[in-house]
Design a protein around this ligand. Structure first.
Ligand code: ATP
Ligand code: MG
Ligand code: MG
Length: 479
């Protein structure tokens, strides 16, 4: 039988606010354990939460970017469960009235663009973190509450994804949008972006959903795709053996490349959701939403379209150059000093990308700034250096942070414009290539470019190309 995979993702995104969602503690990652805590986020009796306005704004921005409807009157609910990382024994979340609903995200697939539905987007607080340590012969689980109360949004997709590749494309696109909005770091390795993958299979063509399992603990987009591939094969093998799929939560084991059962439906939590009595309902008026909508930055799809239309870039170049807002900014900043989109695109995607990769640094830390790159490109246009020498100069700029002109001067890479020097080389080249000269005189235009190449080679690319051409023609007609 032919099977079809059905996948829906729940993605948690930590918001990059200064303070936590219900108290004034700092929300930053990486501090000494339990230094960003207070009676509110520690859940001590008698404390009351106060909602962080910025967290709501960030969540609304995310909802708008994902084409959702904002719920004008929403509320918070308590999701009750017991775990040591949850000091209050409940998490403040949103249940029946989430902040936003009914959105979509467009992904690229081999058969064209595809819209993936977004069922809901809600606000909640993060839990603390357990740190497992070995001390002598014993192992301990220590709790760090710094993360407790960091604002999160959970974005729940419809079961619209049909392959691990689509799931990966969706998760990557969602991350790209969050980075464009500047509302999260989205670092999977630090847990500021976490993906739970729900998956089932069914006979191809059926419109009934199969029993799903939920995979947790995927630490990268690559693992997400691997875990789904494994799980889909496991489901199919089960069904082929005539067994039923058990609805359960499974964890991905990166090293062994398998999923294993964490808890089954029978052990599933009854969260006993009820309205949070300590917070008033959240009323989001249309004016607030509109002012946030107006302030949204240009998003990836729009930017990519503009790069194609405004700069005449091919689609793949536009995709690469809009991968992050930082790359796009670098590209456009360079254009301000050197308005030649194609050339700049080639250099940003070529030499610059290669050097950044090799050095393992982000474009924002590039030792070569946009203006410096523009100056280098101008030197090529002016004929001061050849395109080939420019690559060496760029490497030197990247390694030392010096500007193109000083490197060209220091290393004696300046073009040769002295007519007599070039004429001498031209004569030598003509003397050394009698056959090519004869070809040229016989009407072979191409022979000239060979001779130009020889002169450039003899001068290590430093001769002024215009002069080389002119003097070659002069000398050849003289013979
Ligand atoms: N049969 C199915 N096959 C694959 N995916 C499914 C199926 N049914 C639901 N899904 C997906 O599973 C996800 C369910 O997420 P949701 O947050 O609504 O519930 P939950 O996982 O039960 O709750 P929790 O937030 O406590 O994990 C959605 O992304 C949805 O698209
Ligand atoms: Mg969920
Ligand atoms: Mg879930």
């Amino acid at each position: 039988m032919n099977y079809e995979a059905v996948i829906g993702l729940e993605i948690h995104v930590e918001l990059k606010t200064e303070s936590k969602i219900f108290c004034g503690c700092r929300a930053a990652f990486g501090a000494e354990p339990n230094t960003h805590v207070c009676p509110v986020c520690l859940g001590l009796p008698g404390t009351l939460p106060v909602l962080n306005r910025r967290a709501v704004e960030y969540a609304i921005m995310a909802a708008l970017a994902l084409n959702c409807e904002i719920t004008p009157y929403c509320k918070f609910d308590r999701k009750n469960y017991f775990y040591p990382d949850l000091p209050k024994n409940y998490q403040i979340s949103q249940f029946d009235l989430p902040l936003a609903r009914n959105g979509y995200l467009e992904i690229d697939t081999p058969s064209g663009p595809k819209r993936v539905g977004i069922v809901r987007l809600h606000l909640e607080e993060d839990a603390g973190k357990l740190v497992h340590v070995q001390y002598g012969d014993s192992s301990y689980a220590l709790v760090d509450y710094n993360r407790a109360g960091v604002p999160l949004i959970e974005i729940v997709s419809a079961p619209d994804l049909r392959s691990p590749e689509e799931a990966r494309a969706y998760a990557e696109k969602l991350r790209q949008i969050m980075l464009y909005l500047g509302i999260s770091d989205c670092k999977m390795e630090e847990g500021s972006l976490r993906v739970d993958a729900n998956v089932s299979v069914r006979p191809a063509g059926s419109d009934i959903l199969g029993v799903k399992t939920e995979i947790k603990n995927v630490n990268s987009f690559r693992s997400l795709a691997r875990a789904l591939t494994y799980e889909i094969e496991r489901h199919i093998a089960c069904l082929e053996r005539g067994e039923e799929i058990v609805q359960e939560t499974r964890a991905w084991d990166e090293e062994r490349g398998i999923t294993f059962s964490m808890r089954s439906k029978e052990e599933a939590h009854d969260y006993r959701y009820f309205p949070e009595p300590d917070l008033p309902p959240l009323v989001i008026d249309a004016e607030w939403v509109e002012s946030l909508r107006k302030a949204l930055p240009e998003l990836p799809d729009a930017k990519r379209r503009r790069f194609i239309e405004e700069y005449g870039l091919p689609e793949n170049a536009a995709t690469v150059l809009t991968a992050t807002p930082e790359v796009a900014d670098y590209f456009e900043e360079t254009l301000k000093f050197y308005p030649q989109p194609r050339q700049v695109a080639n250099w940003v995607m070529g030499e610059l990308a290669r050097c950044l990769n090799a050095a393992g640094i982000p474009i924002t830390a590039s030792p070569v700034k946009p203006q410096a790159l523009a100056q280098l490109l101008k030197l090529i246009d002016a004929g001061t250096i050849s395109g080939k020498i420019a690559k060496d100069v760029f490497e030197e700029m990247f390694a030392t942070g010096k500007d193109a002109e000083s490197i060209v001067k220091e290393k004696g890479l300046t073009q040769i414009t002295d007519e007599e020097v070039i004429r001498q080389v031209v004569r030598e080249v003509i003397a050394a290539n009698p056959k090519v000269v004869a070809d040229y005189k016989g009407g072979k235009e191409k022979a000239l470019s060979f001779l130009v190449g020889q002169v450039m080679k003899a001068t290590r690319g430093r001769a002024n190309p215009g002069l080389v051409n002119q003097l070659l023609k002069e000398e050849l007609s003289r013979e």
